[in-house]
Design a protein around this ligand. Structure first.
Ligand SMILES: [Zn+2]
Length: 315
């Protein structure tokens, strides 16, 4: 970044801070306060830039030196996606024998990939993790909650996952979740791993996504069910407990995917034996995010479970 750009960044920060200071402060008090925030702001900025530099170095090392073990896995056109699902998407209508809603929860499951292909993906992930160890690279983990697993977009899967969003998740979203404004124009794709000596469970949360695709890859395990506890808008994510009929448990099956709203609260129950890997694809829509920002999170939308409870109470 050039000196001029830095100055502009700093100036706009100062302008923002100054505009919020109480009018009755003396000049000395204002100056002292501004000096104080400016120092910590500069430290924070330097820290973020360092993180950014490390990330860029990590990604460029992978891009230059990592050679896939099975390169066909990185090509969406070579993914053996369930024929019935593809035929249904061609017809552009939901067949409830193919894409099944879990009770009336708003979460859906469908056969997605053969178990043999899922195992190939697991092998490729293990190969990448080992490559990182061999090359002294510290892996970036998927998110703040998962300490194991990898980010697929970091080592060659970005295009393939974009194709999955465009060809599978987006058409399904158009048919199922009509309130989501399309297109789904960005994603975060990663693998989560649960085992007795690693992460065992994941606490109750919502995803940073409009829609999430969650595919079980394997291997052998018991426990680890996916628990759902109601769809909530951002105002009601942590305030209203699930109603009895919002509580849903899903047993993972290798090769089967679950599609749910990012705002559908969920947790992964503890694994009780073995090892479980799931491919998670958070799909985002900048249009949908902008609409929610404009709304200022003030108005509870009709798709929020709390909104529906209010309607039921008034009937
Ligand atoms: Zn709400």
């Amino acid at each position: 970044m050039s000196k001029t750009e830095v100055d502009i960044e700093e100036q706009s920060f100062l302008k923002e801070v100054t505009s919020h200071l109480p009018l009755d402060w003396s000049d000395e008090r204002r100056d002292a306060y501004i000096q104080h925030v400016l120092i910590s702001w500069r430290q924070h900025r330097e820290h973020s830039r360092e993180e950014q530099r490390l990330m860029e170095k990590y990604l460029s090392t992978i891009q230059q030196h990592f050679k896939p073990q099975s390169s066909e896995l990185y090509d969406f056109n070579q993914w053996p996606i369930n024929e019935n699902l593809l035929a249904m998407l061609n017809r552009d209508s939901i067949d409830s024998d193919i894409v099944k809603q879990i009770e009336s929860s708003g979460a859906y499951t469908f056969s997605f990939l053969p178990t043999t292909f899922c195992q190939l993906l697991i092998n490729e992930i293990a190969y990448f993790e080992q490559w990182c160890i061999d090359n002294g690279l510290k892996l970036y983990r998927p998110n703040s909650m998962n300490k194991y697993g990898v980010i697929l977009d970091h080592f060659g899967f970005e295009k393939c996952l974009t194709d999955i969003v465009t060809n599978i998740v987006q058409p399904l979203t158009r048919l199922i979740y009509k309130h989501i404004t399309l297109p789904l124009d960005s994603h975060h794709g990663f693998i989560v791993e649960y085992a007795m000596d690693k992460d065992k469970k994941l606490d109750f949360h919502v995803d940073d996504a409009a829609v999430t695709l969650n595919l079980c890859l394997g291997e052998e395990f018991t426990g680890g069910q996916l628990y759902f506890g109601g769809i909530r808008c951002s105002s009601h994510t942590s305030t209203t407990p699930p109603k009895h009929d919002e509580e849903i448990y899903l047993e993972h099956q290798v090769g089967t995917a679950c599609l749910h709203l990012g705002n559908h609260r969920h947790r992964a129950l503890p694994i009780t034996s073995g090892r479980r890997l799931n491919l998670i694809l958070w799909c985002r829509s900048s249009n949908f995010d902008d609409e929610r920002k404009k709304n200022g999170n003030n108005e509870c939308p009709t798709w929020c479970g709390f909104h529906q409870m209010k309607i039921e109470e008034n009937v």
